[in-house]
Design a protein around this ligand. Structure first.
Ligand code: RB5
Length: 163
């Protein structure tokens, strides 16, 4: 499928704990005109899969460019973020407030937003995601050097691991 460059492609996913919450967000995302392609990599109702593996398969879509961003739901949003951040090239955050959601894109160029179904109400999550969809990282901003530094930390440590 050809991507529309003016719109976002989003991959969503959840573990079994976040399943209903993710599906409620999915309904809103499906109706959002800013989204071109929506991919659901979440746990299926009959699938036995850990949140780490949902995170892994979801962020692969970001790395391949099939998706611009990922939205991952588990009980707390913590396990998904930890797991996603184990994948080289991924910057994932857990955020349940507007300032953190905004800065995750504007300061950190995070491609992955994680939320906890047991932490935040679904209507507030929808409002935060509504804002998230309007945000774009500015590579000319002073934050670019900080993101470069994150990438350098990752490269140094990947190099160290394989020695
Ligand atoms: C349940 O397995 C719970 O640990 C999970 O949904 C998530 O909150 C992990 O961080």
């Amino acid at each position: 499928m050809t991507k529309n460059p003016d719109k976002l492609s989003i991959v969503i996913g959840s573990d079994s704990v976040g399943y209903d919450f993710k599906n409620q967000l999915k309904v809103a995302l499906e109706a959002d005109p800013r989204i071109d392609i929506l991919i659901d990599e979440g746990a299926k109702p009959d699938e036995s899969i850990r949140y780490a593996n949902v995170a892994e398969r979801s962020v692969q879509k970001v790395l391949t460019g099939e998706a611009d961003r990922a939205l991952l739901i588990c009980g707390t949003g913590l396990g998904m973020a930890i797991s996603a951040n184990k994948v080289a090239g991924i910057r994932a955050v857990t955020a349940h407030d507007i300032y953190s959601v905004e800065r995750s894109v504007l300061s950190n160029d995070a491609q992955v937003l994680c939320m906890g179904a047991r932490v935040i109400g679904v209507e507030l999550a929808k409002r935060l995601i509504d804002r998230w969809l309007d945000l774009r990282f500015d590579p000319e901003s002073h934050s670019a050097a900080n993101v470069d530094a994150i990438c350098s930390v990752e490269s140094h440590n990947l190099a160290r691991k394989i020695r």
